[in-house]
Design a protein around this ligand. Structure first.
Ligand code: ADP
Length: 492
């Protein structure tokens, strides 16, 4: 049998330690699933100030204190702490790279109050990328694969191909770069380049430069040995148009032979109403009648009245342009004319905070918004809503619509990226949700109307719930695809 591989999974967010979106869910679940395939997987992330040392059981690693990290304008030092993701029988080691000056703050990328990017994000993530490679050498743990994720890790493949090219420690190491979202690129002014200490020729079209700026995502795209995105559809989309490629479509197209789509899975030990400890009443496909108790609890929590015949639409999301909330703004009055209720959980751009705050005031008893980050409430919304709305402009994979399927909460989605890959329209006998094609408020409204009409037809609604709950998006299949990719790269 082929020998187990050493895989280092690098991410800027990992559940349950730090999370702003789906990247954290993937960075926790995928390593566990690869571990189940008998490979040695370790995870590495920044040690943010918001991570509670005691709660997260962080331990100092005496050997890894004050590791020098070369970077401009001056070198810095990294210390490493360690903990585990523990889940039933699986245990995955997680390292936290610490530099209090750069990461000792509560936000991951933006200041929690101003919502503005930290001005030194370039230095923070240069330090992280270079720090990962320096720390590994100190640790003496030689990875076959370094699996990088999104722009905060994009410089690692570039370092491996240049600064560490002749380093015997990394001679057999290959890199994988997964794009969870092509629109967040880590773009910095030219003055950032010297801080990376990359060779000067990399500040060019063939290197890390894009449109006169330093682009960390491009670094990953150009230099990784293999590139993946989180759905097959999105893998095609990002190289086909400016709209999805966000200016890097040409670079993605150039690397099309090394670019594949592997759909994200779901960790059903966390997101399944049959075992979810965060909801008042557990249920499965056979006891789905109990779901209504969660609906009552959700509405009570949100201060909305309960009626068994009025459907509740849930939204859980980063409040960003990508997620399609301008469509809701456009048709809010028409949506609210229908007999339904809307529960929103989200945080992000101010204009969307304003939209939902106003909606809540204008439609008391019908709309309730929690404009914050709250994992417990996210689980309750999945369990207590009848429908889940995701009208995204683009969606690399999207996890919430897949969680919704398992919770018997019918997704209403725009047919883009992973939403299109995972949801089948109710017009088919095996349908699981409601889809609309064009990014149009009128089309979204029609889908909501179709959903509300279907809700009134008990038999039709039950069929949808049954189809959705029977779907299996567990990580097994996708994790095996990643392992195959790792194997192909290392040929071991
Ligand atoms: P994205 O990665 O683009 O944010 P996904 O649908 O892939 O979108 O994943 C979103 C993840 O983040 C889900 O686990 C969802 O429950 C969680 N999430 C998003 N916003 C919030 C919030 N305000 N409070 C709690 N969880 C949230």
């Amino acid at each position: 049998m082929a020998r187990p591989l050493n895989i280092l999974f690098v991410s800027s967010e990992v559940d349950p330690f730090a999370k702003t979106g789906g990247l954290a869910d993937v960075s926790s679940a995928l390593p566990q699933s690869v571990r189940e395939n008998e490979h040695e997987v370790r995870v590495i992330m920044p040690r943010y100030g918001s991570i509670n040392e005691r709660k997260s059981k962080l331990h100092e690693m005496i050997r890894l204190k004050e590791v020098p990290v070369p970077m401009g304008p001056k070198p810095r030092t990294a210390s490493v702490k360690s903990s585990f993701i523990v889940n039933n029988t699986i245990k995955v080691q997680v390292y936290f790279i610490d530099n209090p000056h750069l990461f000792g703050r509560s936000g991951l990328y933006v200041h929690p109050d101003t919502k503005k990017d930290y001005p030194d994000n370039d230095e923070r993530f240069i330090f992280f990328c270079r720090g990962v490679l320096e720390v590994l050498k100190r640790l003496g743990w030689q990875p076959d694969i370094i699996h990088c994720n999104d722009w905060p890790t994009g410089l690692i493949p570039a370092y491996l191909k240049t600064v560490y090219r002749d380093d015997p420690f990394y001679r057999d190491t290959r890199s994988v770069f997964t794009i969870h979202n092509m629109a967040y690129q880590g773009v910095f002014p030219k003055s950032t380049f010297p801080k990376t200490l990359l060779p000067p020729e990399l500040m060019s079209m063939d290197g890390v430069e894009a449109y006169g700026h330093v682009n960390f995502l491009k670094a990953g795209l150009v230099f990784a040995d293999a590139i993946t995105t989180v759905s097959e559809r999105y893998a095609q989309e990002i190289r086909s148009s400016e709209e999805y490629g966000a200016g890097l479509q040409g670079v993605a197209e150039k690397r099309k032979h090394d670019l594949t789509g592997i759909l994200n899975g779901v960790d059903y030990s966390v997101w399944d109403p049959a075992v979810d400890p965060l909801i008042p009443l557990r249920y499965d496909a056979r006891s789905v009648d109990l779901k209504v108790e969660n609906k009552k609890a959700l509405l009570a929590k949100m201060g909305l009245p309960f009626s068994p015949t009025v459907p509740v639409i849930g939204i859980i999301s980063r409040l960003a342009d990508q997620k399609g909330f301008d469509l809701i703004g456009e048709e809010l009055d028409a949506i609210m004319k229908m007999d339904l209720q809307l529960v929103v959980l989200g945080t992000g751009e101010k204009k969307y905070h304003d939209l939902f705050e106003k909606a809540q005031k204008r439609f008391p008893g019908k709309v309730a918004a929690a404009l914050t980050f709250n994992n417990d409430l996210a689980h309750l919304i999945e369990a207590g809503s009848d429908m889940f709305l995701m009208p995204s402009l683009y969606e690399p994979c999207g996890l919430n619509q897949i969680y919704s399927l398992r919770y018997g909460t019918i997704p209403i989605v725009r047919a883009t990226g992973g939403l299109d890959d995972t949801i089948e329209d109710a017009s088919s006998p095996s349908g699981t949700g409601f889809k609309f094609k064009n990014y149009s408020a009128a089309e979204m409204l029609k889908s909501i109307q179709r959903a509300v009409a279907a809700y009134a037809d008990q038999a039709a609604w039950r069929k949808l719930i049954k189809n959705g709950m029977a779907k299996d998006f567990s990580w097994g299949t996708s994790a095996r695809k990643y392992v195959q990719l790792y194997r192909n790269l290392t040929r071991k």
